[in-house]
Unconditional design. Structure first.
Length: 820
């Protein structure tokens, strides 16, 4: 298809009301005794989290945006940007003074501002100044854009982090200026009002049947979703989400070699480098697998040799952008991943790329990153595989900030996987059975199983770790037969496969409602829908997905994992609701560590409070914000229970005057109930389970726009996915107390990875022995200023939700995923 046909202005009508097509939430999470002590009728689910994230590029000053939402696209970064998973974490480098943006107006691209600018009273944002070397953001904050950073930026893992442009080798230019080619795209850049950069695949040269005139607006508000407004409803941060990519890119502007063919027909395998045939010699480490040469290191994979380099932020080597699957383009779009093509010689593994999100990114994005300690180990090292979060539509495998893990003698692997409709379209047909994103994760784990020994890792000591939506993916992989023998342990933070947002119980309705944005006919037949999703460029799909996701106020994200129809030719990931699997299947021997934050709502729904007007909308119609997993016979009963929930969290106060109640409400209903419930459920079935509350916010907590409002009343305001913010992506300058908390968190995590238990020995830093969880929730570890063993976390609030879901949670009989 001709991509230029798709760059017309798109007006996307919010036709998709939350109630359309039943929009039922997660029948899969009912009937589960594990979540409520009420027998088989209780729910095994939880609710949504993050929202949208904007894109900020070319910002000399930087902007720190509110925490759970608008994660942006990052351009003009000298090396690369790693985004975490949850939260709108903004970080900005090279800021002379910093810029704090409020909630009104377009605060996206602010460059060369030498003084602080305060836009509006609701600016959700702190400013970080003049950090040339690196900025590491916690996991849940609004990570906006970081530009002109000499060394790079590491973003926390939990946020809805959007796309990162002009990272390392890639430049995304808009409207004018030099257009730089992205990998796999010979002449295709992300140019506003020009060609679409994303989906060239097998459609190059074809004329799509979905031409611009077929994309009509039916919306009353006539909000234009143009090339300059790719963020959906994020008017405060996102009007210029992919910015002009100011041309301060040095030598990183060309990255067109990857995936092409040279004059001799050979595939050019160097990523951003000229020498395509660096040969690795015999190795002195791990039986010939690794060879260190000054600042470079070489390893072999089943596809060819790779060359890593010494990382800038620690005493370890980094291999970036190693393909673990073929590009899922053309006819491979929406399909399970295929093995990557082989290459000759040695690939310079220095590529950074993000999967399509927010209108940017590349479909040839199925790569992983391997971080190896610079040590002469006597035995193969344990491996931690990190699966990023981001509401199933944002984020990328971090490419920086591995030091806290790797320096403890653990190999860290991070990955990209397909997002949004490209990763989680479920049509119930063998051409699009669903869960392509989960299939990508399985393919990456198979790659690790086969190849990690060549990097010095132990394929039998692999731990998977996810935050937010990544945590939901981890638990689903634990429950899936397709993951047998691929990992030995799992860490699940600030999310769960049992959350109501973790499984789309009406995926066919989701696909149809999303497709209405394109005003196409014949939406009833799945194969006609498939044609649309195969034809529309990835950049356009992901832009429309921003608006679509913002139509949900009940915690759902839109496109999410689904229960697949089994097909003989396709290996399924999940073919039964998680509650059914928990009840019927014998538990695996995989030990689990569950982590929740003391105030999960912080960084989770802070941005929405202002930018999506949640405060006033909740006052007007609180029932609209009830979790998706509840089912009522009529509106009278629904409104009655909504009033009960409102009284429980806000008493007689207004929502504006009880911001702590607001954060408790969303954190409890969407995260806490699911995480604690899942931990108890797995423990009841005999699994080895550890449960931790992370209650240390430190300097990171002040990044949240609502922090100041709740700091005095909240006992320990550590926010959504804050644990990961202090560990994997934490290279910030810290106070002594911050450093102690980070060291403790990293040691607990790495002990679990190494030994299967977090406190094998009592030490000065870890003075307590953390025992396994035994029902009912005894004991759990609380990591705050010190370490405490406690019982039954937040029992009154958790019991409130258990009873509510016991009475009104959806049952398995309500589950009809492919009826719409």
């Amino acid at each position: 298809m001709v991509a230029a046909q798709w760059t017309a202005i798109l007006v996307f009508q919010l036709l998709v009301h939350n109630a359309s097509c039943g929009h039922h939430a997660l029948a899969a999470h009912a009937d589960q005794a594990e979540y409520s002590d009420h027998g088989d009728d209780s729910a095994y689910r939880d609710h949504g989290e993050q929202s949208d994230h904007s894109a900020h590029a070319g910002q000399r000053e930087g902007t720190v945006h509110g925490d759970h939402g608008d994660h942006s696209t990052h351009a003009d970064q000298r090396d690369r940007i790693v985004h975490g998973d949850h939260g709108d974490h903004s970080t900005h480098a090279d800021q002379s003074e910093g810029t704090v943006h409020g909630n009104h107006g377009d605060h996206s691209a602010h460059a060369n501002q030498s003084k602080d600018t305060d836009h509006g009273d609701h600016g959700d944002h702190s400013a970080y100044t003049d950090q040339r070397e690196r900025i590491v953001h916690g996991d849940h904050a609004d990570q906006s854009a970081h530009a002109d950073q000499s060394e790079g930026t590491v973003h926390g893992d939990y946020g809805d982090h959007s796309a990162h442009a002009i990272q390392s080798e890639h430049n995304v230019h808009r409207d004018h200026g030099d257009h730089v080619a992205h990998a796999e795209q010979n002449k295709h850049s992300a140019h506003s009002d020009h060609e679409d950069p994303s989906d060239h695949g097998d459609h190059n040269g074809d004329h799509s049947t979905y031409t611009p005139q077929h994309i009509h607006s039916t919306l009353g508000d006539h909000e234009v979703l143009s090339e300059h407004s790719v963020q959906g409803n994020h008017s405060d941060y996102g009007e210029h989400s992919v910015h002009d990519a100011h041309s301060d890119h040095g030598d990183h502007s060309n990255n067109e070699n990857h995936g092409k063919h040279d004059a001799h027909g050979e595939r050019s395998v160097s990523i951003g480098h000229k020498d395509h045939n660096v040969q690795s010699g015999p190795s002195a480490n791990f039986g010939g697998r690794l060879l260190e040469r000054s600042e470079h290191i070489h390893a072999t994979t089943t596809s060819g040799g790779v060359r890593g380099r010494l990382a800038w932020d620690g005493n370890y080597f980094a291999f970036l952008g190693i393909p673990y699957a073929a590009a899922p383009t053309g006819l491979l779009r929406l399909k399970a991943p295929r093995p990557p093509p082989a290459w000759n010689g040695t690939m310079a593994a220095e590529r950074t790329v993000v999967c399509p999100q927010q209108g940017v990114g590349e479909e040839d994005c199925l790569v992983l990153n391997v971080f190896v300690p610079k040590i002469k180990a006597k035995r193969a090292l344990p491996v931690l595989v990190y699966i990023h979060g981001g509401s199933f539509r944002y984020g990328a495998g971090p490419t920086r900030g591995a030091a806290p893990i790797v320096e403890q003698g653990v190999i860290l692997v991070t990955m990209n996987y397909r997002l949004g409709p490209l990763g989680f379209l479920c049509l119930g047909i063998d051409e699009a059975p669903g869960n392509a994103g989960l299939q990508d994760q399985l393919a990456a784990l198979r790659w690790v199983k086969t190849n990690i020994k060549n990097f010095g890792g132990d394929p039998n000591r692999v731990t998977i770790y996810g935050t937010d939506s990544g945590a939901a993916c981890v638990e689903l992989l634990v429950l899936s037969k397709a993951s047998t023998d691929l990992f030995a342990r799992a860490v699940i933070e600030s999310g769960s496969g049992s959350a109501t947002w973790a499984i789309d119980d009406r995926p066919l309705c989701t696909a149809k409602n999303f497709a209405k944005a394109f005003s196409v006919s014949e939406l009833e037949h799945p194969h006609k829908l498939l044609e649309l999703y195969q034809e529309v460029p990835a950049s356009l799909l992901t832009r429309v997905n921003e608006k679509f996701a913002n139509t949900f106020t009940d915690g759902r994200y839109g496109f999410a994992p689904c229960v697949e129809r089994p097909f003989e030719a396709v290996q399924s990931v999940i073919t039964s609701p998680p509650s059914e699997i928990m009840r019927k299947e014998p538990p695996s021997g995989v030990p689990l560590m569950f982590i929740f934050a003391s105030l999960e709502g912080l960084f989770l729904k802070s941005r929405e409070y202002y930018t999506l007007n949640y405060m006033n909308r909740m006052e007007a119609n609180f029932a609209e914000f009830l979790p998706s997993g509840l089912n009522f016979d009529n509106e009278i009963k629904r409104n009655e229970k909504a009033a009960e929930v409102r009284r429980f969290y806000f008493a007689k106060e207004t929502i504006e005057n009880n911001k702590l109640g607001y954060l408790w409400y969303f954190g409890d209903s969407q995260i806490l109930r699911a995480v604690v419930g899942a931990a108890e459920a797995h423990a009841r079935r005999g699994r080895l389970v550890y449960l931790m509350e992370f209650a240390y916010g430190g300097g990171m907590r002040a990044r949240d726009p609502l922090y100041a409002s709740v700091a005095q009343s909240a006992p320990a305001p550590a926010g959504h996915a804050h644990f990961n913010a202090h560990v994997i992506l934490n290279n910030t300058v810290q106070s002594d107390s911050d450093q102690l908390a980070s060291d403790r968190a990293a040691t607990l995590l790495c002990n679990f990875v190494k030994y299967g238990e977090p406190t094998p020995n009592v030490t000065e830093a870890l003075p307590v022995r953390w025992p396994r969880l035994r029902p009912p929730l005894v004991p759990y570890l609380r990591l705050g200023d010190d370490l405490q063993l406690l019982e039954a976390p937040y029992s009154e609030r958790i019991q409130f939700w258990k009873h509510l879901f016991y009475d009104f949670g959806k049952r398995l009989s309500d589950y009809e995923p492919y009826f719409c």
